[in-house]
Design a protein around this ligand. Sequence first.
Ligand code: FNR
Length: 361
Amino acid sequence: MENNLPVNIREYQELAKKALSKMHYDYINGGAEDEHTLRDNIAAYGRILLRPRVLVDVSNIDMSTSLLGYNMPSPIIVAPTGSHNSKPRREVATAKAAASCNSLMVLSFSSNCRIEEVAASCDAIRFYQLYVFKKRAVSATLVRRAESNGFKAIVLTVDNPMLGRRERDIRNKMVAPAKPNLEGLISLENLDTTDGSQLVKYVRDTMDPSLSWKDVEWLKSITSLPILLKGILTAEDARKAVEAGVAGVIVSNHGGRQLDYAPATISVLEEVVKAVAGAVPVLVDGGIRRGTDVLKALALGARGVMVGRPVMYGLAARGEAGAKHVIEMLNRELELAMALCGCRSLAEITRDRVQTEGDRI
Ligand code: FNR
């Protein structure tokens, strides 16, 4: 078995497809409507080339960095993704995989495991991803539970006042069961009451389409944890986020699952980084499948990157060991990419190491 381990993320994706039901694979892998953004998140990395410098002594590569004062051995972070269904431990398996690589994990609100269970499973620095619900008290309770279970920051996802139209899920008649089970996809384990409705209905009933900057203020008023905004794609909103006093900005289009024809995240990263002007760290997610992608994102100004589907592929294919292997593989790929580009530390991954489409005009 060990000799037949996947050698890249694409191979993990193939294994995941074999391991999962069509409904589940489509749920993980799909995007909104024409899936243009989903595809372009990946394709856009292919349009950025590297500018390696040679004859640099790269016998020691240091990938360490920090975020909000927490040290990290690498800039690769586990993105919040809903409903980890690896048998039997679900998000606990992911949390253990991340912890064994000392990687930061952002636990999704739509977790199949309770916040307390993940927190108790292993020691690690973790952030908690939150949605603002129509009933603010529900969100407030989740924040309190995240705080009392040692989560270090709140990642507020702001790109889904309504659910994107995911046609694969519609075609598959995907359901959101009331309680997690090994077949169920979306679990509402961290809500105290639910009627087990379909995902779209559930989101319509609970997510608040009136979500606005006032809610960021409200969230700040109920927690002393730092808040990162996930789902920023423009300089205008990046500036507003800084004005609102957030601790970080995450350039994200929800992995192409919300607004189709939103730009590929890597293509707007630099715009956001310039607007933020160093006031807070900027992270990016969407389409990262290689260590070279991470290097490109860092060269364009990201402090770190988050990976969503790759970890889910690993988990689906080989449980905790698969998720761990995916994180390790991306770390090793980044290390090699840095060496071959002549970068000994993340600080040396400067803008001149990449050539974007704009640079070629
Ligand atoms: C997500 N994502 C997500 N984001 C979030 O803030 N809360 C959530 O519960 C989820 N759930 C979720 C489920 C699944 C199956 C996927 C694929 C994604 C979005 C996620 O955090 C991240 O933005 C993207 O996954 C990044 O793109 P890649 O790495 O999957 O290409």
